[in-house]
Ligand binder design. Structure first.
Ligand SMILES: *Cc1c(COP(=O)(O)O)cnc(C)c1O
Length: 502
């Protein structure tokens, strides 16, 4: 069932299993299917469905060549008991609307998984999907996952892929640019198939180098001779994107169950955004029938997406800021390419042309009518560091609810932007536990802030009456197992060495 092709060319087509196995198309584009929206979810049936059932249904539509049994097994392995709540992604009402308008607002907690970040939702699923893509009749081909992370992906990918049959994983992170908790989460990861390495550079340097590694024909040839193929766990992989579509429907199901909306009422989603994967999943949900009035991109000081949505020019030639929300410190939002594809009605030539401009000049401009269409679906806003701290404080004062700096960007933006017309409820996606960034959060709350993350967790627990997730609180005592660091130029050789150990 060949349905997937590159955003930059309509041929050749692949099955969803092949698309997941390869990660990225040979021409550098992202895999898309023109079937998106052909089959829709029946909204009035949502309240009767739990997360696992919804996951089977939504993923069955988007990954049509997986059998129902395969998907049921994947869903059970990924979500059956691995998240803190039975809802998997619970919806929490805020006492007070962040905006002046009074529209009811909710927080969708996406961070209940094993590494306390929203990326678990997708990365608990991806290895399970990947394990069922082997269409090669048992040739014994192994997959080496290569990922660059700005913080959270790394640990979530390691947790998903550690010990996964037929797979290895190499994670690169920008050395000194992730929090101590994030670094320890990665460098203490156990498993004989995992490699973790710091890179002397920022996230975009590392991400660009990973893209070059995937495009390196010579390297691919040498690895093939050893029976290894490279694949990606970054949010460009179809197998990362699809599981994220589920929680938009799960949020709506919970709103219906709570009587907060009637079937068909429109909801606005505000999404702390970096690589555009999370919010793109919301766009997919809308195209599959979810009543969404608008999707709001919330950025930190790296506001390249806001400038794009305001004026139609995407320009990565700008200062890069290191902020308290490192997973959103991104200048090239890779998944935007998929949105451009769909918003332009599948104009591969246009997308290829825009991406060539991005590669050559670091910038592109979309035609005015395309921008107008995009702006019908998307709003945007951003928060500087002072506004992030103020949002954490205000959310606590108004709701007695603690949020992390990524989520705080969204909280700030909800306060600034009036809801789109017709919005019955607003949902803020919460992407990380505040305990992943305890010093920033404690500081914002005006608490005495010890310089050490683990001491700060205790301060936060005491002052707010909340509990640090156990997997974070116990990190300090774990042995560091990975201490490698390389220059950007050394990353390819590092991958090759790791692959030879598979
Ligand atoms: C990855 C991440 C984001 C950004 O998500 P994208 O899908 O890259 O837009 C936001 N917040 C946190 C905590 C993250 O880990």
């Amino acid at each position: 069932m060949g349905l997937f092709h590159s955003t930059r060319s309509s041929a050749p087509t692949l099955s969803s299993k092949e698309a997941i196995r390869r990660g990225i198309a040979a021409d550098g584009g992202l895999f898309v299917s023109d079937e998106l929206g052909a089959r829709r979810i029946d909204i009035p049936t949502l309240p009767g469905k739990g997360y696992l059932e919804l996951a089977r249904e939504v993923m069955g539509i988007l990954l049509p060549d997986f059998t129902a049994d395969e998907l049921a097994a994947c869903v059970e392995e990924a979500y059956g008991g691995t998240f803190a709540s039975d809802e998997v992604t619970p919806l929490v009402p805020l006492t007070r609307s962040p905006g002046a308008d009074g529209t009811p607002a909710y927080v969708l907690e996406l961070f209940g998984g094993p590494t306390s970040a929203f990326k678990d939702v997708a990365l608990q699923m991806l290895p399970r999907l990947m394990a069922r893509t082997g269409a090669d009749g048992g040739s014994g081909e192994r997959i080496m996952i290569v990922t660059a992370t700005s913080g959270d992906t790394g640990k979530a990918a390691l947790a998903g892929f550690a010990g996964a049959p037929g797979c290895g994983i190499t994670v690169f992170y920008p050395e000194g640019k992730v929090s101590r908790v994030q670094e320890l989460q990665m460098t203490t990861q156990e498993g004989s198939n995992v490699a973790v390495c710091g890179v002397r550079g920022n996230f975009d340097d590392a991400q660009s180098a990973v893209k070059r590694i995937f495009a390196d024909e010579g390297l691919a040839e040498r690895l093939r001779a050893q029976g290894v193929v490279l694949s990606s766990a970054n949010s460009i992989n179809v197998g990362r994107l699809v599981p994220q579509v589920v929680y938009y429907f799960a949020a709506y199901a919970q709103l219906l169950r709570a009587g907060a909306v009637e079937p068909g009422d429109e909801v606005e989603f505000c999404v702390p955004t970096g690589n555009f994967g999370d919010i793109l999943a919301g766009y997919y949900a809308k195209r599959m029938g979810l009543p969404v009035s608008r999707l709001i991109v919330a950025s930190d000081r790296n506001n390249v997406l806001c400038d794009f949505l305001d004026g139609g020019t995407y320009d990565r030639n700008r200062p890069f800021y290191t902020t308290s929300s490192p997973s959103m410190d991104i200048l090239v939002s890779s998944n935007l390419e998929r949105m451009l594809y769909y918003a332009s009605d599948g104009d591969c030539d246009l997308v290829a042309d825009l991406m060539a401009h991005l590669a050559d000049e670091g910038a592109y401009k979309v035609p005015a009518e395309l921008l107008a269409r995009i702006r019908e679906d998307f709003g945007c806003g951003w928060a500087d560091e002072d506004q992030v701290a103020a949002a954490i404080r205000r959310c606590w004062d108004d709701n007695r609810y603690v949020i992390d700096p990524h989520t705080a960007c969204g909280y700030h933006v909800l306060g600034e932007l009036a809801p789109a017309p017709g919005t019955a409820a607003r949902v803020l996606l919460s992407t990380a536990s505040p305990y992943k960034f305890p010093r920033a959060v404690a500081g914002a709350l005006g608490l005495f802030c010890p310089p050490d993350d683990f001491a700060a967790m205790k301060v936060l627990e005491k002052a707010t009456g909340t509990r640090a997730p156990k997997q974070l609180a116990t990190l300090e005592g774990r042995p560091v197992l990975h201490g490698d660091a390389v220059d950007v130029d050394g990353m390819a050789a590092y991958v090759e060495a790791a692959a030879s150990r598979l």
